[in-house]
Design a protein around this ligand. Structure first.
Ligand code: URA
Length: 200
């Protein structure tokens, strides 16, 4: 059943979880995937960044944020004084690439998010980050359990909490590539996250 699957996931160690995800067939996104994208970085990292889902390059390489949006994310990490693989872990809401009928990236459906979210929730429980940055609407509303209609602008500017862990919402780096004028607001969001970050 669904609840026994979730409780099984909730008891997994990191390695078991990784193996489980690699062979997951819980939703249609498993069809035609090249790779699952579990995440990258230090599994005890104080900073957790959560995106939406793998795109074209991420599906091929099995690593999150390796394309153009990833370079902007790396700049955001640098602004916080952290580097990929050091004090940060990077993951997505869904671990397989969602595509539309034309083979283009699309946001994951509610069903796909529901099927995949237990994996990320287990990753969060194991990582125990000190701060979570939700990159864009899909990450924010999925993690906070809010309506998918909620605009990112309405979730920015304050520290939310997820199981006691502070969570700050900012724009998705792919959005910032299309709308660079909003980078100033993303910068404010990162400052807010630094303000609410407490090591231990
Ligand atoms: N966009 C995302 O949300 N995640 C990735 O891993 C790459 C692009």
């Amino acid at each position: 059943s669904d609840s026994s699957r979730v409780s099984r996931i909730q008891s997994m160690d990191w390695q078991t979880l990784q193996t489980e995800v690699a062979s997951c067939q819980q939703c249609g996104l498993c069809q035609g995937r090249a790779n699952t994208v579990f995440g990258v970085g230090d599994s005890a990292a104080p900073w957790l960044f959560v995106g939406e889902g793998p795109g074209y390059n991420e599906n091929l390489q099995g690593e999150p944020f390796v394309g153009a949006a990833g370079q902007l994310l790396d700049n955001m990490l640098r602004a916080l004084g952290i580097a990929r693989g050091q004090r940060a872990y990077i993951a997505n809401i869904v671990k397989c690439r969602p595509t539309d009928d034309n083979g283009r990236d699309r946001p994951p459906s509610a069903e796909e998010v529901a099927a995949c979210l237990p994996y990320l929730q287990r990753q969060i429980a194991l990582i125990q980050p000190r701060m979570i940055i939700a990159l864009g609407k899909t990450a924010a509303v999925s993690l906070l359990g809010m309506s998918p209609e909620t605009p990112v602008g309405q979730l920015r500017g304050r520290a939310h909490r997820l199981n006691g862990i502070p969570l700050v919402v900012t724009y998705h780096p792919a959005y910032l590539l299309r709308k660079p004028a909003d980078k100033a607001k993303a910068w404010q969001d990162l400052c807010l996250a630094l303000d609410h970050f407490s090591p231990e």
